[in-house]
Design a protein around this ligand. Sequence first.
Ligand code: BGC
Length: 728
Amino acid sequence: MSAPLARVWALLAACSLLGATASCGDDGDGTTGAQTPEPELVEAFDDEALASGNKAFACDAFAVEAQVDETLAMMSLEQKVAEMHGLQLAPVDDLYYAGGDEALGVPPLKMVDGPRGVRAGNATAFPVAMARGATWDPALEKRVGAAMGLETLAKGGNVLLAPCMNVLRHPGWGRAQETYSEDPFHMGALALGFIHGAQQHVIASAKHFAANSIEDTRFDVNVTIDARTLHEVYLPHFRRAVREGGVGSVMSAYNQVNGAYCDENAPLLTEILKGDWGFRGFVESDWVLGTHSTVDSARAGLDIEMPQGLYFDDDLVGAVVDGDVDEEVIDAAVRRILRTKLCFGLDAPVDPGPAVVESAEHRALAREVAEKSIVLLKNDGEALPLDADALGSVAIVGGLAAIANLGDEGSSAVTPTTAASPIDGLRAALTGAAVELRELPRDQLDAPDLAAIAGADAAIVVVGLTHEDEGENLPQNDLGGDRDSLRLRPEHEQLILAVAAQNPRTIVVVEAGASVVVRPWADEVAAILMAWYPGMEGGHALAGVLLGAVNPSGKLPVSVPRDEGHLPSFDHVGLEVAYGRFHGYTHLDRDGVEPEFAFGHGLSYTTFAYSALDVTPATLEPSGELVVELTIENTGARAGAEIVQLYLRAPDGAVEQPVRALSGFGRVELEPGARARLRMRVPASQLAHYDASGAGAWTPTVGVYGVDVGASSRDLRLAGEFELIDGG
Ligand code: BGC
């Protein structure tokens, strides 16, 4: 019999909670306590606070399993199979229904997209997930998940089809904007925040399981990948979503992994997800072309076919009757579905009322997130911030300046009632100011435009991509899909150069879902801001950063190469693709190639000094925990936030490892002159490699590790080391 749900989920949660504490110690940076107050101690993560309120951990497992037993005993085979598929192709009132039987008292699942807000009528449009990744702030992401969960409830839904947590193997992936990161550790932390928040209200769905990071061939491509790479690069964040996040559902991907479609992939669904990781929720297929068979899919561990029952309908009943699928398989799937429905209280739905949708609180959150997500990539000669009191005129140029560019219009599209463009934001922020805003919202400039730009004290050019250039592949109107190039459209590159030729204080604002190669024009401009697709309040957030009301703190969750050829090749045409273990910064590091902007890079209007690194213990056992502390000081004149990053260099040894791997991070807010002591913890269980040669076990990677702490993966300020020894 299955282990009680709450006990298992609670136990799994407890595993993730870091129990041990380390003493702060002195700051060790040469200052004396008498002259300088002790810096405040900041814990990088508060796992317990992050997990609080997640319904997965508040489930009375004994009661739930008893009720599931009772319901299952009353169900006919047909009734059971009816739980295992969606109701129809098109959503009803924006919701995709699956299962549900009034007579049995079983509520239906009501699913809705997606990663940047609720795709139902009007709803709060948050910055896209990649932008939220740039905040490096799981606690903030929990608030976003909670807001979306609440809006899902208000729309009548009970499953939110998010987070998308596919590793961004290449920034050309059309759906890059829907995910958080190129790095599995960073991805896991952000996705966990989202899941904990969303699951305060509804069931979250971790998607797309697994190795789904090419769009144009998503329905067919076969991704071949060795076991170590799969477990260490493409799966660890999903494992955290299950074990630490108690995620209620997982969506199988369209693509194949090692020769089997993900819905028919027993190694992925049954052995790894449900077996090794102990996943207790249900697996639903991706939509329409995501289920490939009746017998193989059911046997492999697919629990629900979405959005309708083409394979999991009468054919599945027949397969059981004919003995091709054991009824136990059906019972196990239905048990998962019923259990999750009960645990998340679907039988007693709460209606928070329509006022929570696009509430002032949620819009303020969308703005806060956008402010924290904008990355200042370059700022020569302190071109930014612009001081409205000191400027006579500012030109704002480019067709995108007048558009609230929210991103993809596929399944992640969200329609807010209103949305602020960059011009809207600047107009609002400059109300009452003497500065003249010269609005030139076009990509083709004539002679008077050029004169207006030349005569302005600064010129802001808004360029980038839209849903036409990247996004979910929508063959019906030939929009979206993968990018053929990481460069901007030629007309945008020409626009930047034309403006820069007129005005030495040219500031480029880039909107896109992931990296844009800036080399052809980067040296000609004074400043570059990465604004992503910044959501409904994006224009206001951008104005705040441009005018200095907001000090930028975002950092890149993706590498920006100098040349696209520096990244692994991105084949979005071929149907056989091999994934290696290096991409993004690990690829650039391995090849010793300088990025344009490194993973983790982002400037501020202030400066930070790093000092007094402490790495304890010097010798660590596999059951232990590494504690890394350092002092961070705001050495500039403005309040600001620094995202401190911890990278570990694994010992040289039998297995090939990245030069360095992100293993911790923390966001610290500091007033000018203030200091804080940041503490980051790394469970030694993280210091293991997947040994595919044996029974597929995690094996401690013993030896001497290098510890690098810094402001980006290439701006490392402090170094230390420790040794992991064999505990045996
Ligand atoms: C997408 C999923 C989405 C689903 C439902 C699919 O095409 O790949 O991410 O949740 O549609 O809209």
